[in-house]
Design a protein around this ligand. Structure first.
Ligand code: PLP
Ligand code: ZN
Length: 447
């Protein structure tokens, strides 16, 4: 299907069914012009559609980049809110009634200590653990539900590996929408609690994420007024991840990095970070013509895209996940082939790491930079380390690692190996004895 001939009739710039509403609403401009099939190029109006009726390819938002270029500037962005909405012109929404808990504008940290440990001179961490519900999903959900409301959809829903559940439940409250969140029944306890607290419907499915996702696709046909963030409004939802590229460029003083390392679940985030960097060039916000190398990270227990990369395939063979990185446990990734294309075309790599490496990387990040990542962050950092050992990252490359979720949600992964230094009675003598032992151990080189 992917390599099939492109019918020129379907790539016309005329959008069937498009109307003035697509471009102008209540004085607010949207620069989104159409949805384009990623496979055959057929164009659709900016409506509640996500799949091509001709070839079943996914639809992606197209924009009038010339008009955006004429409207946007570094200065206009600087005057915007300290959230993803400062990049509104590059997002597919019309009005300014955002469903907004403050997603985005998270710190980009120069990782001096971690860089030194790894022998990298220009290493940066995009700390997306600091979003309102603790993951980058707040970016995509804020866009998805804002668009869902504009499209007249009334219920917020999703198929989730955990973080999306938190985010949809929270943003639905802000949107005044009822919510239905579907999760695999074996999710981390903290992710379940931090979702149910918002008071929506949380439905645990006795199956894995791929089963949950399939069920949600079926429900979409029954409930046309529901906005499943990552199913029927996926084309809009995924656009939110572009802000991960926009922010990094802005925070580097409108420079693009040489190399970024991104976790892969469905592969959506990785492809949209790539789209984000390309758009900055298209609208003239950056002039640097260099290509950002994009590398992907997967856990060994669910690494269908990494396997395809290593084996040189241009298809992704589904797997049955078994990993502590539950947020990345997607055995049949919807955007896997597109992630492969991006990584190959930019000169990046994809690697997979074991559960032990993931835990070690979580501890390393926490103890060098003071950032506590969830298991997906452990995957991304451990893959960075693999790429460094394999000579695939140069020590002087400006490298950004996307840390996309907060460690407080996956503490149970660390629990079996987490221990306090000592347990002592509440007396000064006992503490001085502890200190004496510790100091003599240090002198003797005992850990
Ligand atoms: C923390 C975290 N990072 C990364 C991902 C992967 O994102 P994508 O499915 O867009 O590849 C997820 C997916 O749920 C996630 O929760
Ligand atoms: Zn198509």
């Amino acid at each position: 299907m992917r390599d099939g001939p492109v019918d020129s009739a379907t790539t016309s710039t005329e959008v069937p069914g498009a109307n003035a509403r697509t471009m102008i609403l209540g004085g607010n401009l949207s620069f989104a012009t159409a949805l384009r099939c990623k496979e055959c190029g057929k164009l659709y109006p900016v409506q509640a559609l996500h799949v091509c009726e001709f070839c079943f390819g996914p639809l992606e938002v197209d924009y009038d980049y010339e008009a955006i270029g004429a409207s946007i500037s570094r200065e206009s962005i600087a005057k915007g809110p300290l959230s993803i909405w400062r990049y509104k012109d590059l997002l597919p929404v019309e009005g300014t009634s955002y469903v907004d808990l403050g997603a985005g504008y998270t710190p980009l940290v120069k990782a001096e200590r971690l860089g030194k440990y790894l022998g990298l001179n220009d290493l940066w961490i995009k700390n997306d653990t600091l979003n309102p519900t603790g993951s980058f999903k707040d970016r995509v959900v804020s866009v998805a539900l804002t668009k869902a409301k504009e499209l007249g959809l009334s219920v917020a829903a999703c198929a989730s590996t955990g973080n999306l559940a938190n985010s949809v439940a929270a943003h639905a409250v802000a949107a005044g929408m009822e919510s239905y969140v579907f999760i695999p029944a074996d999710l981390e306890v903290a992710k379940v609690i931090t979702t149910t607290v918002y008071g929506g419907n949380v439905i645990a499915i006795d199956g894995n994420y791929d089963d949950v996702n399939r069920l949600c696709s079926e429900i979409t046909s029954e409930e046309p007024n529901w906005a499943f963030a990552n199913v029927n409004v996926r084309s809009y939802y995924s656009e939110g991840s572009k802000t991960l590229a926009f922010e990094v460029a802005e925070q580097l003083g409108w420079q693009i990095p040489d190399h970024v390392v991104v976790p892969i679940g469905s592969g959506s985030q990785l492809t949209k970070i790539h789209k984000g960097f390309s758009e900055l060039r298209k609208v003239g916000l950056i002039n640097d013509a260099k290509t950002v190398r994009i590398s992907g990270a997967q856990p060994l227990g669910c690494s269908p895209v990494a396997s395809a990369f290593v084996e040189g395939h241009d298809f992704v063979r589904p797997v049955k996940p078994s990993t502590i990185a539950k947020s990345l446990a997607i055995g049949n990734p919807a955007d896997g082939v597109y992630a492969l294309d991006v990584v190959r075309s930019t000169g990046g790599s994809i690697a997979a790491v074991s559960d032990e490496q993931i835990l070690e990387a979580i501890r390393l990040l926490a103890s060098t930079e003071g950032i506590f990542a969830e298991t997906a962050g452990g995957v991304t950092l451990a893959v960075l380390m693999e790429l460094v050992s394999a000579g695939k990252i140069d020590k002087d490359e400006r490298t950004v690692v996307y840390i996309t979720g907060n460690g407080l949600k996956t503490v149970e992964a660390l629990a079996p190996t987490s221990k306090v230094s000592d347990t002592i009675p509440p007396s000064l003598d006992a503490f001085m004895e502890f200190l004496r032992k510790k100091r003599s151990n240090v002198l003797e080189g005992v850990k």
